[in-house]
Every structure is written in C-alpha cells, then in structure tokens.
Design a protein around this ligand. Structure first.
Ligand code: MG
Length: 252
C-alpha cells in the first residue's frame, strides 16, 4: 500500500490567487520527490500553473482544475518550444438554467458591499466562479470584501438562498471572495469516482485543504475520503500551516 497526496491550491499552497512563496515552493519541490502528488483546485489550469510554477506542476502526477471538472496529465514529451505538453483526460460540460446569470447579477446589484468592480461571474470548465466584488477588484478591494464577508456572512447567505432555488445545482464557498456553482455532484469529490476509486482500495490517499467545513469547496472530497478507511483529510488555514504539516508523517 502506498501513499497518494492531493493538495488544494488557494489557501493551502498559496495565499488565495497569489503565487507560491519561493522558499515554500523550493521546499515543496524537494518533498515531491518520489511521491505521487496531485493538485485539486477550483482554479483553471492556467491559473494553477501561474500560481505554483512549472517546476511544481511538471512534478505532479496530474492536475484536477475547475473543481475536478477537468483533469490533465502531462504527456511525457517536451515539444519544440520547450513546454511540457498536457493532455485532457476528461472534462465536464455545464449547462445551467437561463435565469441563473440574471439572478447572480441581481444579487450583485442588491449587495450592501459598496465596491463592485465588474466581471462578477466567469465560466470555467464544468462550473461558474462568482463574486460580488468582481474579478476586476484590486488585491486591496478583495481584502476589504474578505473582511466584510467574514463579519456579514454574505457568501454563506447567498449560497443558502441559491441552494434553495436551484435543486439541480450546488453552490460552495471557495477562495477568499468567491463561490463556485456547478451541477450537483460535480464538486471536488467527483475525482474519487472518476479517477481514484480503485486507487483508494489499494493506497492511502491524503488530502490537504483549507475549506473543509461546509459549505467550503474542499468539504465533499474531505468527507468522501474520511468515510473510507484509506482516506484522510487535513485541514489547514494557510500555506504556512501546510509547510508545517509537511514536516510530519506521512508527508516526510
Ligand atoms: Mg482553498
């Protein structure tokens, strides 16, 4: 029986949306040696690559992007440009109700948070990423929203409201300011059924994430693993916690 390691990105390997801190990146790379490591993030593949860097990503055994709605693995070939080639192993389509976007826009308009910067929803493979502050927000504006949301619990209230209205969709909080919307079941836990089902019977699978309590975007995967004798989930709050965790068993 061997060990398989899964890592979330935002809040687990990096500050949300930011690049991995260089000293940690170096340390993480070293610890990846001879280990089977996968990334499981709500972000797009391009964004994950930008955050963790090509050295880390090339050392993984695969990347589950967009909440596991798209899975990529490296083809063992380097092309002429020197970039590793990645192959899509599977990807999901997300067809959502027509009135969803209108409703999301109306929630933005009605929100008491005063800063709205535009680009409030982004379609990704198999999901929509949505925020009241908008994707054009500066780092400081994002921070303001994060603090305001911690006090006012707006994201939690929006999630509850939307969940009650759309019974085929699911809504979870991820990252510092946004939430993810997708077809029920197409959350991070889907990677078990789509890829790790057999592996879980014959290996120990360890998952590290920062959004494990419901309705966080690591919740369903953590629950799924914890329900199995070979699965474990570790909750962290920051990449510094992860750095510390990696110095203990079974990560060393
Ligand atoms: Mg996270």
């Amino acid at each position: 029986m061997s060990d398989i390691f899964l890592f979330d990105v935002d809040g687990t390997l990096t500050v949300a949306k930011q690049k991995m801190v260089l000293s940690f990146q170096k340390d993480f790379l070293k610890r990846m040696n001879d280990k089977e490591v996968y990334i499981v993030s709500g972000g797009t593949f391009e964004r994950i690559l930008n955050q963790v860097g090509s050295d880390v990503i090339n050392k993984t055994s695969g990347v589950f992007a967009c909440m596991g709605n798209i899975f990529l693995q490296r083809v063992e070939v380097i092309n002429d440009s020197g970039f590793s080639e990645w192959q899509v192993i599977y990807e999901n389509k997300f067809e959502y109700p027509k009135n969803l976007v209108r409703r999301l826009e109306s929630i933005v308009a009605k929100s008491d948070f005063p800063i709205k910067t535009g680009r409030h929803y982004e379609e990704r493979v198999g999901m929509i990423n949505y925020s009241v502050v908008g994707r054009n927000a500066t780092q400081q504006q994002r921070k303001l929203y994060e603090e305001w949301d911690a006090e006012n619990n707006e994201r939690k209230a929006i999630v509850e409201k939307l969940r009650a209205r759309y019974d085929t969709l699911d809504f979870v909080i991820g990252g510092a300011v946004s939430m993810d919307i997708f077809n029920k079941g197409n959350d991070k836990s889907q990677i078990i059924d789509k890829y790790f089902n057999d592996a879980l019977e014959h290996n120990r699978i360890h998952f590290v994430g920062d959004r494990i309590p419901a309705p966080g975007n690591d919740h369903t995967l953590a629950e799924r693993l914890r329900a199995h004798p070979n699965g474990t989930a570790y909750e962290v709050e920051t990449w510094e916690d992860t750095a510390k965790l990696l110095k203990s068993s079974p990560f060393v």
